[in-house]
Design a protein around this ligand. Structure first.
Ligand code: MD6
Ligand code: FE
Length: 216
């Protein structure tokens, strides 16, 4: 997108549900800092394509930072404190990440969000995330904060049943989606990414989702 239009979206809000909102451009000013941190994180915990319990390999590559990291293999989905590839703890969550996630949650009406997990997704053209619920966390009272960087994506947001109708909303560099409360378990996904390029990430989209995994 042209910078001219980028500025017009800054500060915009798209309500996806009663307690789900897109904060347009919310992460814009810290975006390059976040990407620099991601570059450091991936030197410790590399991006990888995980296997789903159903035997498929995910088109999205992922890594994590924070006390807990989301992983998937033939036995199922779960959070672990150790990276199964390196055998070491996931890299620490940078302070700036915590500050950004807390500020976005607060802006969306969720005060006192303290994430203990940050899942980092990397998409290239063709990569997608099929409709799913985020339900591997123990604490559904905390929201999820999702930061989009680089090339755009079309986000799908549905209901509590997989077959419920979905709404499609574009997510651009710097957009932050926050959702929780009554919307916390709604089905959502990312349509196949179209080839594109962005000055900060090249031909990639990077998405960070902040969660509270432990129940205390
Ligand atoms: C993505 N995001 O935007 C994938 N989940 O790349 C998610 O799956 C997601 O954006 C829960 C809450 C917000 C999200
Ligand atoms: Fe999700």
């Amino acid at each position: 997108m042209h910078d001219l239009f980028e500025n017009e979206r800054l500060g915009g809000r798209v309500q996806l549900g009663e307690q789900a909102v897109v904060l347009q451009g919310f992460a814009m000013s810290i975006a390059s800092n976040v990407l620099a941190q991601v570059a450091l994180i991936e030197t410790i915990a590399p991006f990888r394509h995980m296997k789903t319990p159903g035997g498929f390999t995910m088109s999205v590559a992922l890594t994590n930072c924070g006390a807990f990291g989301w992983t998937s293999d033939s036995r199922g989905y779960r959070y672990t404190s150790i990276d199964p590839i390196t055998g070491k703890p996931w890299p620490d969550m940078p302070k700036e990440f915590l500050t950004l996630a807390r500020a976005a949650a607060n802006e969306a009406g969720f005060s006192d969000f303290v994430p203990d997990a940050c899942l980092i997704n990397r998409y290239v053209a063709g990569a997608r995330l099929s409709l799913h619920q985020d339900k591997d966390e123990l604490d559904f009272s905390a929201p999820i904060v999702s930061v989009s960087l680089g090339i755009p994506a079309i986000f799908q947001f549905g209901g509590l049943e997989r077959t419920d109708p979905t709404r499609k909303v574009p997510l651009f560099h710097g957009d932050v989606v926050v959702w929780g409360g009554v919307d916390r378990l709604k089905y959502h996904g990312v349509l196949p990414i179209k080839q594109n390029s962005h000055s900060t990430t090249g031909e990639q989209r990077i998405n960070l989702t902040f969660r509270k995994v432990s129940s205390r």
